[in-house]
Design a protein around this ligand. Structure first.
Ligand code: DI6
Ligand code: FE
Length: 394
């Protein structure tokens, strides 16, 4: 499958990919391969299968302690997500469990969730901090996330999300907490190279525009790109702020306004839609996919894998939900977990398409047509994952 081109999915029928070490060297029509294959080059048949770029899950909170199954029960009796958060449950309850867990325990508990994603062809994943909300636990989460990428089977990109929720010890003192995050935590995170970007939760139950802006200023001073949880439950204008800071992505966006979308188009900010959270919170307001299309804002799709609003470990299921719930096309959905997801992580030069020079991350699928990736529910047609030029599953 090729990067762009006028044909659906950028597909190449009877294509071939040449790989040297961890890089794609050439992609094209099989008939244009040299008839003489030089000694030392091995040839593998994909058996006529469809090949796509390795999938990219560009928004997850994969590392955390505990779970929130009981909160799920509570929500089913009619208590809202916001209500639970205000009562000190929600994100804050995961914070307690995450602080109590050791770094090893965090790595171990995230492992099976990561394995499920990798088994479906995920070769790059973003993982956020944000369940520590104190210096040591935020660093512990980011170290755990980095460790999950050490096996080489998947690239882990990290985001520092210190401004995720207000910890109990700062109740009523949001500005003081932001002071602490900016002055004490972010410089340590940056110095240790533990984050590739900085994120925040700009929301009534999160942080204000002014507080988010302070986090972004600090990120800029530390040379880190930004992204934002914006307009998930209300329209505070976080997306326009993110665009002003040249954010890589603005995520959720159910309540985003058209002027903010124009600002995204201007700044090249990717719209990351998260159908798992929309579904699991039984939201009714959809992200304005038509407006993203009209303004040529690239759309990415991710799991938002987290214990409270999206306990999801399947990116393929998100393709289905993006189509059924948000009326995206299967082609848009696939682009949303490859090319546009790469852009949402600032990694578009490295991954996300099958192009010469990029990392050799790709997936062989047992499917008859690429629309099948979005069509099936609870079925994994992944035949083989190639990560950085090597086979990563049996
Ligand atoms: N928005 C989300 O969807 C997650 N964080 C955020 O800011 C939810 C996190 C949680 O409920 O634990
Ligand atoms: Fe999130």
């Amino acid at each position: 499958m090729a990067p762009a081109g006028g044909n659906p999915y950028g597909a190449i029928e009877n294509g071939a990919i040449a790989v040297a070490a961890d890089r794609i060297r050439w992609v094209g029509d099989q008939s244009r391969l040299p008839s003489h294959i030089p000694a030392g080059v091995s040839v593998h048949s994909a058996g006529g299968r469809w090949v796509t770029p390795g999938l990219i899950d560009c928004h997850t909170h994969l590392v955390y302690g505990g779970d929130r199954a009981r909160e799920f029960e509570q929500r089913l009796t009619g208590v809202s997500y916001e209500e639970i958060a205000r009562q000190g449950g929600g994100i804050v309850s995961t914070v307690t469990a995450t602080r109590a867990a050791s770094e090893d325990q965090l790595v171990d508990s995230a492992g099976p969730r990561l394995a499920a994603l990798v088994a479906e062809g995920v070769t790059t994943i973003e993982i956020k901090s944000g369940y520590g909300l104190d210096g040591d636990t935020e660093l512990k989460m980011l170290r755990a996330a980095r460790r999950l990428g050490e096996g080489g089977g998947v690239d882990v990109v990290t985001s520092f999300l210190g401004a995720h929720a207000l910890p109990a010890e700062y109740a009523g003192r949001g500005d003081d907490y932001i002071d602490f995050v900016c002055a004490q935590v972010m410089p340590r995170v940056a110095e240790l190279g533990l984050a590739d970007a900085v994120d925040a939760f700009c929301e009534g139950i999160g942080f204000t525009i002014a507080q988010t802006e302070r986090v972004f200023h600090k990120a800029r001073a530390l040379g880190l790109p930004v992204k934002l949880h914006a307009e998930q439950l209300s329209d505070l204008g976080g997306t326009a702020l993110a665009a002003r800071f040249g954010a890589l992505s603005a995520d959720h966006l159910e309540y985003v306004s058209e002027p903010s979308i124009e600002a995204m188009a201007e700044s090249g900010t990717v719209a990351v839609v998260l159908p798992g959270a929309f579904y699991f919170l039984r939201e009714t307001r959809k992200p304005p996919v038509d407006l993203f299309r009209r303004h040529d804002v690239p759309m990415a799709i991710a799991t938002d894998s987290n214990p409270g609003s999206s306990p999801v470990s399947s990116l393929l299921l998100m393709l289905n939900m993006a189509c059924t719930l948000f009326q995206m096309t299967p082609e848009e959905a696939l682009t949303g977990v490859t090319r546009h997801a790469a852009a949402a992580l600032g990694r578009a030069d490295e991954v996300g398409t099958l192009e010469a020079g990029k990392q050799a991350d790709f997936v062989l699928w047992d499917i008859d047509h690429p629309a099948e990736l979005a069509y099936r529910i609870g079925f994994n047609p992944c035949h083989q994952v190639i990560k950085s030029g090597r086979r990563s599953n049996p």
